[in-house]
Design a protein around this ligand. Structure first.
Ligand SMILES: [Zn+2]
Length: 158
């Protein structure tokens, strides 16, 4: 029963270590909250942001190839903007890279921005003044016009 130095050392050690462990165990729920909920929350936040980003860019892409009804004048007739393919029978304005109607495949028409001459959309150069219309070249303005429909109608009416 002699108190050897090793036992004395262990006894002394427990006085230091045990309170620390108790404290650590008491703080374990806090670590769980920080260590598990934190990454989970940031993951959920990232997924939410990614879904939002995907949905927004998807919307723009879906809206692009769709024909849109042209704005109407006071008599209810469609006002077709210049240099944009359109179908006079349905009153629809088509994306810049379209030549034929989506319904029956007939050739769309295009009005020259310079002299107002109407020609088939498959013909790139105005037969009257020689102004060239390259399909797909004015794609970006077409997208802007499509998302902001009311200003385009006002401009066309004036
Ligand atoms: Zn022309």
């Amino acid at each position: 029963m002699s108190p050897d130095p090793w036992t004395a050392f262990l006894d002394w050690l427990t006085t230091i270590v045990v309170p620390d462990w108790n404290q650590l165990i008491a703080m374990l729920p806090l670590f769980l909250v920080i260590g598990v909920t934190g990454p989970l929350l940031s993951l959920v936040f990232l997924l939410w942001g990614w879904e939002r980003f995907k949905r927004r860019s998807g919307k723009v892409r879906v809206a692009l190839p769709e024909p849109q009804p042209a704005p109407l004048d006071a008599d209810g007739r469609p006002l077709f903007p210049a240099n944009v393919p359109y179908d006079p029978r349905t009153g629809l304005v088509y994306p810049q890279d379209r030549i034929t109607s989506a319904e029956d495949g007939t050739t769309l028409l295009i009005r020259c921005p310079v002299d107002g001459t109407v020609r088939e959309a498959s013909i790139q150069t105005c037969t009257a003044c020689g102004t060239r219309f390259i399909l797909g070249a004015a794609r970006t303005p077409a997208v802007i016009r499509r998302t902001g429909k009311p200003p385009a109608g006002g401009a066309a009416a004036a």
